[in-house]
Design a protein around this ligand. Structure first.
Ligand code: ZN
Length: 274
């Protein structure tokens, strides 16, 4: 355990959020650079990264990832976790390209097929095995994203088959429309299914943003905030920036006597390549 600490991830952009939903959404390399810097200053240790074309469309182009990552790197030491979930409709091959090309410190690994509102994202077991093997070969630490209780069990198959290496870090995603809703009981069901000693970050979508943070803190977990998951600060009030959401997360954690961990503390704890 990272005693007395909490790890805050900022998912600053995502694949689906638009500037129409929140004009402060960071899209250009400069905007993401600023968002990453401000999030780090506010207490985030990890930046969860999707990138967009100049027109704002989600892309898995490794060159665009590199451009944005280089910009972030010039400004802050925040850990960069890239997505391999991609955007709705991306093929598995496309989603894996940036990881193979850039070998980041961390990346997300989706652990099952899930409804995404009217759409869906396909992750069958053979796809997950292929992804996990690339993570292992390149020593990229996976955040095992689970959108349902069954996904946690699916991840355990990968562990049993020796395709993942400890320490295990989970991203428990609650409240995606048409997937598992946020509730303390649903979170607990996921926690009950985790391998012993695994760390977990709770990701509450939309209006579950704040209650799920309390759930994370109460359960000894970590927190993810950011425009990928939620663009509001409170009901009807848009967040001014990703940093504003990180600041609140850090404040709630401090009230619970937890200090936001620094990127280097997390690098050491999760045994990242650095
Ligand atoms: Zn994501």
């Amino acid at each position: 355990m990272l005693d007395g600490k909490i790890v805050i991830t900022c998912a600053c952009t995502g694949a689906e959020t638009t500037k129409e939903q929140n004009p402060a959404l960071p899209i250009s390399p400069e905007e993401v650079q600023t968002a990453a810097y401000e999030a780090r200053e506010a207490g985030a240790a990890i930046l969860h990264l999707h990138v967009r074309t100049p027109e704002g469309k989600p892309t898995a182009d490794p060159a665009r990832f590199k451009e944005v990552i280089d910009a972030v790197r010039r400004k802050t030491d925040i850990i960069i976790e890239i997505t391999t979930g991609g955007a709705v409709g991306d093929s598995a091959e496309e989603r894996l390209k940036p990881l193979v090309a850039l070998e980041p410190e961390m990346a997300s690994l989706d652990c099952g097929t899930v409804n995404f509102g009217n759409e869906y994202i396909v992750n069958d077991l053979p796809t997950m095995r292929a992804f996990a093997a690339e993570f292992k070969a390149r020593k990229v630490r996976a955040t095992l994203e689970c959108f349902d209780v069954g996904h946690v069990y699916a991840s355990r198959i990968l562990i049993k088959e020796g395709l993942l290496e400890a320490p295990y870090h989970y991203g428990l995603v609650l409240n995606v429309p048409a997937a598992l809703p946020w509730s303390p009981r649903n979170l607990q069901a996921m926690l009950d299914a985790l391998p012993e000693g695994a760390d977990f970050t709770v990701m509450g979508i939309g209006r579950s943003h704040v209650p799920s943070m309390y759930g994370a803190i109460a359960s000894g977990g970590w927190i993810r905030v950011g425009f990928e998951d939620n663009v509001y600060y409170s009901k009807g009030v848009l967040a001014k920036s990703n940093a504003e959401l990180v600041e609140r997360a850090a404040r709630l954690a401090r009230e619970a006597q937890l200090t936001p961990a620094t990127p280097d503390e997390v690098r050491k704890y999760l045994k990242l390549r650095g």
